[in-house]
Write a protein that binds this ligand. Structure first.
Ligand code: ZN
Length: 146
């Protein structure tokens, strides 16, 4: 994906991939401390982060290195490229703006989740978030078994 981006004149940077439970826990409690003990949905509860599965990755641009991630990334040429092409490589934008009620995580145009090409293309075509996809296949399995 990074090579395909490069061929389009887009330079992507992998920022954060796999995270241990301990790292996620530290990040979560640091966020709570910063936010007067309130969970604002910016950092996933330990045990529920995509990064802990090894399937989540934060992808940023050069301007974003060392800076706080903001939703403005989605409007950069790199963010736009990712939103258009990540699906072709088996990734989804995990936390879409219009799906915040379902994911319970704020819009994160930089956070990709690997699901494989068949699933990413299906999710794109249906305009689903991962929760909607999971509900649908769980329902299908239930119907098949009953
Ligand atoms: Zn992330």
């Amino acid at each position: 994906m990074f090579e395909a981006a490069k061929a389009d004149g887009i330079s992507l940077y992998a920022h954060s991939g796999y995270r241990s439970y301990r790292t996620q826990k530290t990040m979560y409690y640091n966020r709570l401390k910063k936010n007067n003990g309130k969970d604002d949905g910016v950092v996933a509860v330990p045990g529920s982060s995509d990064h802990q599965t090894g399937l989540g990755i934060d992808v940023i641009n050069k301007a974003g290195i060392g800076k706080k991630f903001t939703s403005a990334f989605g409007k950069t040429k790199e963010g736009i490229w990712l939103a258009e092409h990540c699906w072709d490589f088996g990734f989804i934008i995990r936390y879409q703006k219009e799906k915040e009620d379902l994911t319970e995580i704020i819009y994160e145009p930089w956070h990709l989740r690997y699901v494989g090409i068949q699933v990413s293309e299906y999710i794109r075509q249906k305009n689903y978030c991962l929760e909607e996809f999971t509900n649908e296949w769980q329902q299908a399995v239930f119907e098949f078994e009953n």
